[in-house]
Design a protein around this ligand. Structure first.
Ligand code: URA
Length: 224
């Protein structure tokens, strides 16, 4: 549309408003936006949460007490992605609040020297898999679009993928975690650092040193 057409359109609109005023209409009625405008409303974490609703999209819904959406600010430089809620997360509705969560908090506070509440924390699946098994590929694929929407809102500089499930699903690969960890994988402006899951450190403290090596790379990149 060129300047002349815009000028004519503005003139027509002005005339129309004068006409409405002439008819005695002092304010335009409020109307709901048409669906195509409503759909283009800005994405927010609340909107994603409400789209998830009382999710029944996969069988994990049957066993859950609470859906664990994820938590943290709606903009964060650093995001952690785990596998899926465990027992305490399922009970509380919050990610990483059990024993593995306490270890993750230590990594954030003591290792990264950051506050946990400044990081965004989420999981590949939002409902607890029975007996803490890994989510099936179908369960992960059903839930992942919501995680990608969260990532798009939060726009982290770095995602630390905690464990094999997170690393393989985010990077869409079958490569073992041992070959994926300790280097950044660049993905559409995101840097993904796979490392061992904190739960693995509880069983094998020997993994603490390699995790610290991975975290040092994260610190260096955050500070650069
Ligand atoms: N393990 C995960 O992968 N996520 C949690 O939220 C808790 C434990």
């Amino acid at each position: 549309m060129d300047r002349r057409e815009i000028h004519h359109l503005a003139q027509d609109l002005k005339n129309y408003l004068h006409y409405l005023a002439f008819l005695g209409l002092e304010a335009l009625p409020e109307v709901d936006p048409p669906p195509e405008v409503a759909r283009s409303a800005p994405e927010t974490l609340d909107r994603i949460k409400s789209d998830l609703g009382d999710c029944l999209r996969c069988p994990l819904a049957q066993g859950r007490t609470n859906l664990v959406f994820g938590e943290g600010p709606d903009r964060a430089d650093l995001m952690f992605v785990g596998e899926g809620p465990g027992e305490e997360e399922d009970r509380s509705g919050r990610p990483f609040v059990g024993a593995a969560g306490r270890l993750l908090t230590d990594i954030i506070v003591k290792g990264l020297k950051m506050r946990r509440e400044d990081c965004y924390i989420a999981n590949v699946v939002k409902c607890r898999p029975p007996s803490n098994r890994a989510p099936s590929p179908e369960e992960a694929q059903t839930c992942l679009p919501f995680l990608w929407r969260q990532i798009a809102v939060v726009r982290p500089k770095i995602i630390v993928a905690l464990g094999r499930t997170a690393a393989q699903n985010l990077l869409e690969t079958d490569e073992p975690l041992t070959r994926l960890r300790h280097r950044f994988h660049e993905l559409e402006g995101l840097a993904i650092m796979p490392t061992f899951h904190p739960a693995a450190l509880l069983y094998d403290p020997g993994k603490k040193a390699p995790v610290w090596e991975d975290i040092k790379l994260v610190i260096a990149r955050l500070n650069r």
